[in-house]
Ligand binder design. Sequence first.
Ligand code: X5A
Ligand code: ZN
Length: 667
Amino acid sequence: MKMGTALVYDEEMTKYKLLWVDPACKIEVPERLTVSHEALVKAGLADRCVAVPVREATDADILLVHSEEYLEAVKKTPYMTLEDLKEFTLQYGDVYFHPNIYHCAKLAAGAALQLVDSVVTGKVRNGMALVRPPGHHSMRSAANGFCVFNNVAIAAQYAKQKYGMKRVLIVDWDVHHGQGVQSCFEDDPNVLYFSWHRYEHQRFWPQLRDSDYDCVGKEKGAGFNINVPWNKVGMKNGDYLSVFCHVLLPIAYEFSPDLVLVCAGFDSAIGDPEGEMCASPDIFAHLTHLLMNLAGGKVCAVLEGGYNLTSLHQSVCQTVQTLLGDPAPRPADLDGPCTSALESLHCVRSAHRQYWSCLKHAAELPSSEISTKCIKLEEEEEEKQQHQKKEEEEKEAWPEPLKRLTPPVRTAVVLPDGVVCPDGCERFSPSEDLNILNKVRENFLKGPDDSDALTTLSSLTALVEKMEKNEICNGLALVRDVSTARMCVVQHAATAHRNRVLMVCVGDAVVPSPGTDDGKTLLVQFSNTESEEQKGKFHIPVCLKKGCSDVSGFTLAVLGLLLPLGYEYDPSLVLLVRTPGSGLCDAAWQQLTGLLQGLAQGHTLVLMQEGEKACVGPTASSLLGVAAPSLGKLPAPLPEDVQALERLRHRLQADWKLLQTTAPETA
Ligand code: X5A
Ligand code: ZN
């Protein structure tokens, strides 16, 4: 049932290199691949993957994206002299040729196709291809930016043509703009291209006007090209996550792809000489995780850039380990997005509000003022920035990501006797710990002879303890009284002072605030009832007109509100409570369960009322790491819900920085 992860790699792709002096190209070295692959082997990750062989892309494959003239020209390069190669290279920008690069370029594109084949036919669930040369800069008739053939663009066309994939999402998290991919799909509404990239108001390579946020696609493809320009260097985890939560994910869920391709460049990680960004390698675990419930989990990551060999291999490992289903690490020191990132966010959301119903109520741009303002600010700060840059370079050291320890038990269940334990789960045996038994008896039992409740509650307590010790990853309990169980868990978890519990309640029964506003619990409740209670920083009722039965509104609330709150709060445990009559469909519930596992190292405990037996199976499968079923192309959410969410975010953003979507000066 738990399907594998493909790793597509061949050493042959290390067998070309720069043969002359060119400062622009010297960072693109064979070691990029060897180091990445060796790290996967050393971490034991390569062994856990399904090794899928590469193949050469055929002429027909390459012609899906490139012109015949260009292909024929590249075909001649293996026979050229060094002088001819140099001259051939000169007609293109920031790229080099080598007698063996045509062979490697065919393998790189073929590797992406092999990956698509394995994933789409269900041999594996997802996978990564480690390739050279990269692809996303190459144009229909031109090599560019170390790229010869556009591996991912070819793969997207191939998936559409060979498998009839209706909608393909391409996520380009490389630090450069994949202008080759953009130009290939500019007018295609069936391929949604998302790219963030170092831009610096067009001063950064490839310095194209078309890389800006207002380049949204053409004709039928209008709205299906999303550019997020980074106008400053030094972007961090919070900037990246915020763009995922407030731009990419809402649009991607509305789009509902059949397949996700990732232009997986890691020059967007800290230490990279090209990107000069400050995101830590473990952010890629989260970016990957956040995509893994789209398209039924069909995610194909294809290597693009990444030039700091250390951060490159660390980031590759984070990505592959996440594809394998291991819980993501807690992201360290998440700040809110910086002002420049917020300006970009504001611009992108406003440029796309006419195309996507999830953005209908995004703030409009005041006028064309903002771009000029950015530039003016930029000039004023030029000196300051120069100074900052130096600082950034100096603190180019970062801690090695911690080894991600996977608990021996993935999913433990506490179920009444009559309910069968779902496949792959472990039935949790009741606790015999007298300490626990006494505590539960004192605090939570109504009558002295309620032995059922005693068993359940003490089991839950013991389960939480095992999650704290990382012996169990997550759990699921069917209980007679969710509200007592919830209190019991919260109270127990709060005894360890470092603990924070994110409690997510779904359903229309109004949940009382867990007590104090001390920050030990953050309660987010989804319902259709406006709560009378005082709403502090740590008690957030989310009222949707039709409660959770409107999937679009619910999804928007999860992506744009719950996830950023969760990431900023950084809980040690997520308690997901489902009260009866929530009206939530299985698929949306599984999406919620799946997405929340990006928090708290995957430590999620789900509590459900005894009557909801039918939901045990679907919940367990999400907890086990099976991708949630796709929600389908989402209809427009209710306008009043979108508006209410915008208002709620606005009200909370003083306390929760990751909820911001506009820069303070321009808001
Ligand atoms: C794939 C990739 C970067 C080219 C930079 C040229 N290319 N200055 O990261
Ligand atoms: Zn790049």
